[in-house]
Design a protein around this ligand. Structure first.
Ligand code: NAP
Length: 305
């Protein structure tokens, strides 16, 4: 079915999806934060996608949340902590049977968004694609990665997956999207906070093998108890593989803290700790890691929620 792709948030991932869909001839509209951002975007003349050193500009139309037209399909590409409020603003514009695709990392924000729009279908995504903003309205794409899509409430795929195929967006529909999101969350909890606290690249965690192993054991215990045993399979093996394979990289959380940006801790380690408490599990190392990270962020004047 051909319907406009409204894209909420023209940051790294939002711009990446918008440019590829527009390039494939799909109807795309960006929804920007406020009139000032819309004005700045229009002055720039569009979004630029840089891939293999080549920049291509796409003059994608844009609007703010208060444009009056109905929305049938919405790609939510804000950070997890911005998504619920940003979607709530758009709720009056959502058509009956509207579909939302939620690109947020971690868990918790998807349910917060869904509660704002009970009449809409919320499709969860887990993306391993990597993009970063070089400047406003200019995004750099490494060119690899994958997107898993699924709806925990409804295993039937939507009818627009062909749009993604046409746009060259690598994807697969999965009935197990929660397992994928939990697995990614667990990997993140075992690696990212420690890279912040030890101020190191991912590879630096090879020197903290015992700390990593203890966290993996607690995370696996949590996954077993919250109905995600598959996400616990060989967790430590994969964590160690990721540490080795990305040894030269700084984690996204490390980069956020370094650059004084808010992290998504509330939807990553924070979510793991909240779910553990809900299930009556006392996971001492995970809780201590959370406390240390919150203190670290607070000491730098960064939000810890
Ligand atoms: P980002 O570059 O910071 O972009 C977020 C965008 O949302 C910003 O452009 C921001 O606008 C916009 N925004 C926030 N509130 C808004 C509102 N009320 N109305 C309109 N726009 C609003 O973030 P990102 O890196 O694309 O990440 C988005 C999500 O994808 C995160 O959960 C992240 O963890 C996940 N993810 C990212 C990557 C990646 O490679 N980047 C990979 C996998 C998953 P302003 O520009 O005006 O601030």
């Amino acid at each position: 079915m051909s319907s406009t792709w409204h894209i909420l948030g023209a940051g790294s991932l939002g711009s990446l999806w918008a440019c590829r869909l527009a390039q494939a001839g799909k109807a795309v509209r960006l929804i920007l934060r406020d009139p000032a951002r819309l004005h700045a975007y229009e002055a720039a003349g569009g979004l630029s996608l840089v891939h293999n050193g080549q920049a291509q500009r796409h003059a994608i139309p844009a609007e703010t949340a208060d444009a009056g037209t109905p929305i049938h399909r919405l790609l939510v590409a804000c950070k997890a902590y911005d998504a619920p409020a940003a979607v709530a603003q758009l709720a009056p514009r959502l058509a009956r049977n509207a579909e939302l695709v939620l690109l947020q990392n971690g868990l918790g924000s998807q349910d917060e968004v869904a509660s704002q729009v009970p009449h809409a279908r919320c499709i969860f995504a887990s993306s391993t694609e990597g993009a970063f903003r070089e400047a406003d309205w200019q995004v750099n794409f490494a060119g690899h990665g994958f997107n898993w899509l699924g709806d925990p409430a409804n295993p039937l795929p939507p009818d627009w997956l062909d749009d993604l195929t046409d746009a060259g967006i690598p994807h697969q529909w999965t009935p197990d999207i929660l397992t994928r999101l939990w697995r990614k969350l667990a990997l993140n909890c075992a690696i990212n906070p420690l890279t912040v606290l030890h101020a190191c690249r991912n590879g630096g965690l090879a020197e903290h093998h015992c700390e990593v192993a203890t966290l993996c054991a607690e995370l696996a215990e949590l996954l077993q108890h919250c109905g995600q045993p598959e996400a616990a399979t060989d967790l430590q093996v994969e964590v160690e593989r990721v540490i080795q394979a990305t040894a030269a990289n700084y984690s996204s959380m490390y980069q956020d803290v370094r650059q004084g940006r808010r992290t998504e801790i509330h939807y990553l380690l924070g979510h793991a700790c909240r779910v553990a408490a809900r299930h009556g599990r006392h996971l001492a190392h995970l809780e201590r890691l959370h406390r240390r990270l919150v203190e670290h962020l607070n000491a730098r004047g960064l939000p810890s929620d």
